[in-house]
Ligand binder design. Sequence first.
Ligand SMILES: Cc1cc2nc3c(=O)[nH]c(=O)nc-3n(C[C@H](O)[C@H](O)[C@H](O)COP(=O)(O)O)c2cc1C
Length: 404
Amino acid sequence: MGNPAGEDLEEKTVVFGITGGIAAYKAPMIVRGLKRLSLDVHVVTTDSAGYFVTPLVLQTLSGRPVLTEMFSEVPGSSYEIDHIALADQADLFLVAPATADFLAKLAHGIADDLLSCSILATKAPVLVCPSMNVNMLSNPATRDNIETLKRRGFHVLEPASGELACGWEGAGRLPEPDRIVSEVKMLLSRHDLSGINILITSGPTCEDIDPVRYITNRSTGKMGGAIVEAACLRGARVTVISGPVGIDYAPWATLIDARSAGEMLDAVRENLAGCDVLIMAAAVADYTPQMYSQNKIKKGEKMTHLELDSTPDILSTIRPLKESRIFVGFAAETDNLKTYAQDKMIRKGLDMIVANRVGEKGSGFASETNSGVVLSQEGVLYDFEHMAKETLAHKILDLVKDKL
Ligand SMILES: Cc1cc2nc3c(=O)[nH]c(=O)nc-3n(C[C@H](O)[C@H](O)[C@H](O)COP(=O)(O)O)c2cc1C
């Protein structure tokens, strides 16, 4: 299988450098997140970092001694020359938080402690996460240093904005640990879909009755979200057109909001030209109210029935624009799964259809897992039973890749 969450990362080593910024208090959570990906984590701290986070916490969570000293005579680690061994062993260096001081060191090739020396000696990619007071960050010296590092191929996760520990408001916050761990996962993943543009629809659509009420369905966007993340991790350029959902899509995707079936159709039409693959994971409403009331329909007003129109059929409408693109559809069925899905695939000229069972526990809307079958014009490609949506997302992308 292609690239399920964590599978490719098991044998990989991350050297996690922590420098002396206040946000170092988030470092233990980052270690936890990295370990959850089954990564081998070696923590290296600067002297200053020791004021903000204790080696005991980091050592316990990483399962390895924390290294700080360059000139250690005590055999505290298994390495002969620590900085070279770390440099060689790393699949990735992560520095979070990266102080203004440490960025300056990296930008100028200063190697006066174990962390800076190891980074100077490594051939591995380096991800730095600057975090500091807003004025330190906007200082031309710091900006120049960050730009220099970017130019040299360092990966920089820019700080978030908000309330800062120093009392100032603005840019400088260390992104949340989950965000940093995602970036590590992305950098270490196998980018077997790089250069491919994938357009994905996701979530439900909402068909408004009045400013308060609407018709929708039970889709949560979880399946679409899993495909978006998997495709991004595998290096594809991803645009997601999403109905209203309560989930966050992978940060690397371009997100386009579309509330109704009509808006989703417009967005698909506008974005189709640049895509190689279209994956329609959204549960588009089949019906929309004939009339929309600008004002809220009052409770006392007699409303015994709702006149409905069919919504535009997105796949049928864009079918003439398909050309050599791969079109993947989804079908959610309670019964006759294969027959209905196959019929839909043929009617809509799809290359592939993912039919998932709804109305049973552990499959379909809102569930973490899915059951069903993937069909192509050639027949059944894949049967899946209570499979994690993340894993299924990678499987679908494997099947798409085979058709590219
Ligand atoms: C309480 C406190 C908080 C600090 N927070 C930051 C910070 O968030 N970012 C930063 O760049 N420097 C911060 N500093 C300054 C660094 O600790 C200082 O520049 C130090 O030399 C950095 O050393 P290092 O880069 O070797 O870890 C802080 C200093 C103190 C005393």
